[in-house]
Design a protein around this ligand. Sequence first.
Ligand code: SF4
Ligand code: SF4
Length: 83
Amino acid sequence: MALLINNRCINCDMCEPECPNEAITMGANIYEINPDKCTECVGHYEQPTCVAVCPIDCIKLDPNRLESEDLLYEKFVELHFEI
Ligand code: SF4
Ligand code: SF4
């Protein structure tokens, strides 16, 4: 699954620079995750690094973006190694 930032986000800026896929950007009001770029950090880290740094635990799994570990890894390869 991709992850989703919920509306409790306080725009603390902690997560955006930590994402290895540049999937996190400032949206209209709060930070947002581009689900096409979020791999749950598969290929980079053991755990989602944005979740680890968020001080208020407002980054959750997106139930509308169900993806297996294999699919997340394929996304990682496409993002970083395919032209
Ligand atoms: S889980 Fe990883 S890839 Fe997805 S938004 Fe968070 S830091 Fe980026
Ligand atoms: S770390 Fe959490 S509170 Fe801070 S900007 Fe990211 S999602 Fe929002």
